[in-house]
Design a binder for this molecule. Sequence first.
Ligand code: C5P
Length: 431
Amino acid sequence: MSSLSDTRLDGRQIAGRRILLGISAGIAAYKSAQLARLLTQAGAEVRVVMTEGAQAFIAPLTLQALTGEAVRTSLLDPEAEAGMGHIELARWADTILIAPATADLMARLAMGLADDLLTTLCLASDADKVMAPAMNQAMWRHPATRRNAAQLADDGWRLLGPASGDQACGDVGPGRMLEPEAILEALLAPAPGVAIPPTDGDGDGDGDAAGLHLVITAGPTREPLDPVRYLSNHSSGKMGYALAAAAAALGARVTLISGPVALATPEGVERLDVETASEMHAAAQRLASECDLFIGCAAVADYRAESPADHKIKKREGEESLTLRLVKNPDIIAEVAARADRPFVVGFAAETRDLEAYARDKLARKGLDMIVANDVSQAGLGFGADDNAALLLWRDGEGESGEALPPQPKAALARAVIERALERRRAAATD
Ligand code: C5P
């Protein structure tokens, strides 16, 4: 991660911002003190609102000492209202940042409830809205939380993280709040539509993704056979996550639709966790019309069980074989590309032979604008590896030989792929 003394992190874009820091009832609330301190050090005006439960984890006085402002905790507090009424406070903020955001708070916000000061402010404010979810991994994976996260993203919230790893409850998995430094860095990424200076180093703005929304699918899908078994594949998600990180670094708003992987969410990236191809399909369809560029990097299972068993499938005495009936999954990227309001669409082709021919066929058959073809038969490259090489092919490029990107770390390859996709998209728009 960049250090706080980076030129990009010198407080330029934080100084003078009026940030309403919302804290809800999670153990990660102890990190909110550090976050408040970093924000004020960077020159922001910070006012803190805590939910009732948050006060069990961290004392309002701590936040008051760090921000120099009284902490608000109640909607019906005549004394506080006499100072700055809650509607005035909602108008005052240019950014509402909730860290940590618990599952309960996410549910209440997704429903548009206004049953305490923090939810009321969120509903009453036009500010840029950002949250860093934090909760137990099972709560984060629960379909209800996934629905709420998708709804909040739809409503314009930027979700930062959560990261994966050890949890306070002893579990391991997604649900850890991003570190305060990472939240600060993500705040520096532009809100959609806000321009930032070119970041590609050559100063001409090529590859600059400010103001664009990218949706990227990544990782494998899991297709349940019964409550304990599933069909899946070896995709690590590394390439898709590298693409998301590269796009965010170029200033894009990035939504990562991720299958189950053991990777931390790149900084500044909104992540929607899914398990099955059907869930990935639904999320992609929902986001397709509002994004500028869609990249299908997920290794989607081609088939799923026609009817997953409700109970664990038992071994049967005397039966040496078991027949599973599979049905085809939707082709997610082809459906995005077939929409009338389609974004620029980039697909991946992992092949073990006849790379170019198969990739060209996929490009045409799925209606893609560009395809990134990998030869996954090469040792040390592709699936699970840290390095990759690729052949880029694009629509209307039949006569051209494409562009070969040599073996390199996935982060560097991802950057090159994003830059080429942005160039091609720009060229297609001006044709
Ligand atoms: O057909 P194949 O799986 O080789 O195509 C790979 C490309 O199509 C990738 O971009 C992958 O993410 C996408 N895909 C998809 N939905 C599927 C199968 C593949 O989006 N059901």
